[in-house]
Each structure stands twice: as C-alpha cells, then as structure tokens.
Design a protein around this ligand. Sequence first.
Ligand code: FMN
Length: 174
Amino acid sequence: MSPASAETAVTPPPGLTPTEWRAAMGAFPSGVTVVTVWNGDAALGATVSSFCSVALEPPLLLVCLDRNNVVRDPIVEGGVFGVNILAEGDQSLARQFGSQPDTGRFANHPFYAQEGEAPQLIEASVFIHCKVETTHPAGDHLIVVGRGVRIVHAKACTPLLYHKGSFPLLRSAL
Ligand SMILES: Cc1cc2nc3c(=O)[nH]c(=O)nc-3n(C[C@H](O)[C@H](O)[C@H](O)COP(=O)(O)O)c2cc1C
C-alpha cells in the first residue's frame, strides 16, 4: 500500500467528518460536570462531559479541554482546578456554563470559595478539588489529568445525563 499523500491526509475518510464524529460520540451517554478555576479574582467555569476516572492509587481523573475553552490556560498556568458533578435538574446550569458569553456564567449559580481551592458550585452533587498531574496534547483538545485533593459529597441525587446533544431524564433513559 502506498503512503497517503499530503492531499489525501487532510481529507477525512467517509464517516469521519467532525459532524459525523460528534454524532457518533454523542451516542455514548455521559454525565455532566462544570470544571472551575480562578483567573486572578475572577471565577471561571465551563461545562465538560469528557470526564472520567483514571486511577484509584493515586486518585486520578481526566478532563479533555478544547483549545478555545476559557478555563484551559488558567488551569495549565495555575495547576489547580475543580470538577463539579451535576445533578438531575441542573440542565440550565449546564447550558449556561456551556455557551457564550463566558462572563456572567455564575449569575444565579452561587459557589463556595475555599482558600486555595477552585470554585465549588453549591448545586453540584460532588465537588473534587484537583492538582494538575500531567497534560497531554490531543488534536484540538488538551487532556488534563488531575490528582484529587479534596472531595465534597454535597448531596445524594440522581445524576444529570448527556446523550445525543440533550439531557434525558435517567428514568426515560433506562
Ligand atoms: C453538555 C456539554 C458538554 C461539553 N463538554 C465539553 C468538553 O468535554 N470539553 C470542552 O472543552 N468543552 C465542552 N463543552 C463546551 C464548553 O462548555 C464550551 O465550549 C465553553 O463553555 C464555551 O465557551 P468558551 O468557548 O468561551 O469556553 C461542552 C458543552 C456542553 C453544553
């Protein structure tokens, strides 16, 4: 087989355009988080569904952040961030932190500001404060591996789900 030319290398194979990729990935349901960080005195947050546990010992998790994501540079520069796991009923919060503008996202969504920690959304079911362990460039995203430092189990509840671009209720998804 001959090697791909520069021309063929930039042409996505059938079924692999960004739109088709997003649709395929959307078939895999996930939970929803808001990743938070301080940028000086300003609290920043962005909705992130590409989150998962990585290891138990040490306690590691990962999030994948788009190159334009407003939280990405402050996390890399500051070395700490928070993961707020959302609960069923937090759909409007997820939308507010997942769309422009990136200012005013915390309006109507208060948070705790513990010394030295990322903002903890009061509505989150679980909050995990993390230190950046490693980062790994991956296409237009950056994989950020964080080490859990402190966990707050704020409330017991059913999780917010994300599937095919919408937030189905857990009962109807089962
Ligand atoms: C349900 C949902 C899940 C998202 N998951 C991610 C994600 O995993 N990684 C990411 O970088 N952006 C994700 N986003 C998009 C960011 O939240 C969004 O790009 C950002 O908040 C928009 O503002 P910005 O471009 O200023 O950061 C998601 C958005 C929504 C609504």
